[in-house]
Design a binder for this molecule. Structure first.
Ligand SMILES: *Cc1c(COP(=O)(O)O)cnc(C)c1O
Length: 370
């Protein structure tokens, strides 16, 4: 593999299958609808764009290394203590920093069967051992998770709601999971899609973080806030975890334009409400519309749906992917998540959603298969 056998990364690094992002290309001349990465069709708050542009005037200056303005804006929006918030270059960075800070070689990191792929990458990169708990009905299963906890389990990642399934655990179940973990195991609640959830029995986890010493919640500006390109995430955690992350993170891990735009975005409630309303309406329309075509759709509380296809020549998920791509509709293949017969569709603009429903109808009818 290498021309220099004396120089090699740790074995865990080479056990990683590099993350493959959602596609973003359509054939020439076709109108592209990128519905593959759970981005918002409404884009960011105009106030965030304005703050980003203003930050262009001071690019030669290092940013505030503790992201103070951003932490204060987040703290105001959620009623939190800014000292218990750590910001990162996307929540992906924080998920990795947690593994790096808490796993020793041989320690186990636990996550669920169809859980977000970054967890496995973070655990392996840190020299830890990934352990997978099976799911029930494409949903995290607390009993299955607890059954896989050992004396070496140092970290448990739970995406709630989960990507790519769109399913969630009610807060009572999250609390039951926490209650079953030893105090020496860190529970990471990845609430990247929390804003979208309208279920009464859901909570992102702030209350549990506040009441415990071994729970953190991660959030992102990449999804409903529409700032994926800027790479902004944050974490709310107990003092000890916050202190550890502030030691291991890069001293300027969030850029100045990101701090400025994120702080403006956090304060614009109306923009978020518009994005959530748009999503709620289309989540229902798409779920019902696709089911009416005879395809199974996993019930989702997020801004995407998992659509299941039969494993039959001409009707499979791979066939659908090719058919939709030819029409400029880019969905996410989820074979890497152990779901080879499904595609994930992000809720898009009205135009994109209508185009997706029409194209899926043609596909099911066996229309122009190209
Ligand atoms: C998109 C996503 C994230 C956010 O990643 P960023 O690094 O903040 O862009 C985190 N967790 C899950 C489950 C996601 O789907």
């Amino acid at each position: 593999m290498t021309a220099n056998p004396g120089l090699h990364p740790r074995p865990g690094a080479l056990a990683i299958d590099a993350y493959v992002p959602g596609k973003s290309k359509a054939p020439a001349g076709v109108r592209l609808h990128k519905l593959s990465s759970n981005e918002t069709p409404l884009g960011p708050s105009p106030k965030a764009i304005e703050a980003f542009r203003a930050a262009a005037g001071s690019l030669e200056i290092y940013p505030d290394g503790s992201s103070t303005a951003l932490r204060e804006a987040i703290a105001r929006a959620h009623g939190l203590d800014p000292a218990r918030i750590v910001c990162g270059a996307g929540s992906d960075e924080l998920l990795s920093l947690l593994a790096g800070a808490y796993l020793e070689p041989g320690d186990e990191g636990l996550f669920t069967e169809h859980g977000f792929l970054v967890y496995k990458i973070a655990i392996l990169a840190a020299g830890g051992t990934p352990v997978v708990a099976p799911e029930t009905s494409l949903t995290a299963d607390v009993d299955a998770l607890l059954a896989r906890v050992t004396a070496r389990t140092r970290i448990v990642y739970l995406a709630n709601p989960n990507n790519p399934t769109g399913t969630y655990l009610p807060f009572d179940e999250v609390k039951r999971l926490h209650a079953g973990l030893p105090a020496s195991t860190l529970l990471v609640l990845d609430a990247a899609y929390a804003e979208y959830v309208r279920a009464n029995d859901y909570a992102a986890g702030i209350e549990l973080v506040s009441a415990s010493e071994n729970v953190v919640m991660t959030r992102t500006f990449s999804k409903v806030f529409g700032l994926a390109s800027l790479r902004i995430g944050w974490l709310y955690g107990p003092e000890g975890v916050v202190d550890a992350l502030n030691r291991v993170r890069g001293p300027f891990n969030v850029s100045g334009p990101a701090i400025a735009a994120g702080a403006a975005a956090a304060a614009d409630r109306a923009h978020i409400e518009a994005a959530v309303d748009h999503n709620a309406r289309w989540l229902t329309e798409i779920t019902e519309g696709v089911r009416a075509l005879g395809l199974e759709v996993t019930p989702s509380v997020a801004n995407f749906v998992l659509i299941h296809f039969p494993r039959e020549a001409g009707r499979s998920a791979a066939d659908a992917d090719a058919f939709l791509t030819a029409r400029g509709l880019i969905l996410r293949a989820v074979g890497a998540y152990g779901l080879p017969d499904a595609l994930r569709l992000t809720i898009g603009s009205e135009e994109a959603n209508q185009a997706a429903l029409a194209a899926l109808a043609d596909f099911v009818k066996g229309g122009d298969r190209g």
